[in-house]
Ligand binder design. Structure first.
Ligand SMILES: Nc1nc2c(ncn2[C@@H]2O[C@H](COP(=O)(O)OP(=O)(O)O)[C@@H](O)[C@H]2O)c(=O)[nH]1
Ligand SMILES: [Mg+2]
Length: 351
């Protein structure tokens, strides 16, 4: 059997990498005019003899799986190489690059943060989920595959937590310091603050990157008694934000009145609220503390509570829902080798 797989997206770069594997790999390379094949771990410069008198230099790399042909990425040239192979050998491979590879790229494009990006790109390599499947379809050990698969799935949560933004909503009574803290967390004077109540009406949010995590910080209107119309609906909006958050930071000041200034000595208590457990109380004076120390003190607690302190290991994990669904589906199939081939060729079945 011959298997051809494009490891680089067609037409996307100056260099194309084609993987040739299976029992007929060496026969196919000989048919392209390569006389001596490199041994595993070695590489060799070869001159490929293609159809219509076309000649092209390529680097041949022998890998654990088979051979890689690394050559110029011109789509016509690649087509000429693929045309030399039996037609059925190439179709599923190209489809698998489309389905799995591109969905990873789509995820990677939307990602912020160095670490998260490395994590996502790591999945592109042959160590990722596609690699797991490929090993299985090529007669790899079923036990090892199942074990790798379970590990990948169990890491999926950690990976997702690293990639998706978390919403942190600031709530508390009017004048408790929500907007002041918001500005500190986003690192600039983004919203108005002051002793006058109801300076904040509509929720305001900003995305920040802290220790390679994406956090959305949301400032809301404060709670108070005797609110009318506009302020009442603003309070409701704030409550709704809180319900849709990963963490609510509940601010208290020990002087929650309109005549709260000057209060240089006042402490500010910060604690969380439903749905997550308390982050504990932090006694902070927002106006006196150095802003970067204040920011770190609050955000470190936040990461800790959200379980985001530990970065997941750079290891294979299904990145998007489709992949995860695919692997779960596969584990349920009676004939997993056959199911894996189908998954590689067509991607995960519709849910
Ligand atoms: N001394 C002191 N003043 C604060 C503190 N936090 C906020 N303030 C002041 O309290 C007033 C209300 O703050 P603001 O952030 O607008 O409250 P919000 O209504 O909860 O958004 C502003 O004049 C702030 O400068 C604090 O920790 N210490
Ligand atoms: Mg405010």
């Amino acid at each position: 059997m011959l298997r051809l797989r494009q490891l680089t997206a067609p037409g996307a770069s100056a260099l194309a990498v084609l993987e040739v594997s299976g029992g007929d790999a060496s026969a196919f390379l000989h048919s392209l005019g390569v006389s001596t094949l490199p041994s595993e771990g070695q590489l060799r410069l070869a001159r490929l003899r293609l159809g219509r008198g076309l000649r092209e230099q390529a680097l041949l790399v022998a890998t654990r799986r088979g051979y890689e042909i690394q050559t110029h990425g011109n789509p016509l040239l690649i087509r000429a190489i693929l045309d030399g192979a039996p037609p059925q050998a190439t179709a599923p491979a190209a489809a698998s690059v489309e389905t799995w590879g591109q969905s990873i790229l789509r995820v990677a494009r939307a990602i912020r943060g160095q670490y998260a990006l490395r994590l996502a790109l790591f999945q592109l390599g042959r160590e990722g989920s596609t690699g797991l499947l490929q090993d299985l379809t090529e007669g790899g050990s079923m036990d090892r595959f199942l074990c790798d698969c379970e590990t990948a799935l169990s890491r999926a949560d950690a990976v997702r937590a690293c990639l998706r933004p978390h919403r942190i909503v600031l709530r508390g009574r009017v004048n408790s310091g929500k907007s002041t803290l918001f500005n500190v967390l986003v690192g600039r004077e983004r919203v108005r603050t002051g002793p006058k109540p109801a300076l904040t009406r509509d929720p305001v949010w900003e995305e920040i990157l802290y220790r390679d995590r994406v956090l959305w910080i949301v400032d809301t209107a404060g709670e108070s008694e005797g609110l009318q119309d506009l302020d009442l609906s603003a309070e409701g909006l704030g409550r709704r934000e809180g319900d849709n958050s990963d963490l609510v930071l509940w601010l208290h000041s020990n002087l929650e009145t309109n005549e709260s200034l000057p209060r240089e000595q006042e402490a500010l208590l910060l604690e969380t609220h439903h749905p997550r457990p308390d982050i504990g109380r932090l006694h902070l004076d927002l106006l006196r503390l150095d802003p970067s120390a204040l920011r770190a003190a609050v955000l470190d607690r936040v990461l800790d509570r959200l379980g985001l302190v530990e970065l997941p290991p750079l290891a294979p994990a299904p990145l998007d829902e489709g992949m995860e669904r695919g692997l779960r589906w596969l584990l349920d199939q009676p004939d997993r080798q056959k199911a894996a081939r189908r998954l590689l060729a067509e991607g995960p079945p519709p849910s």
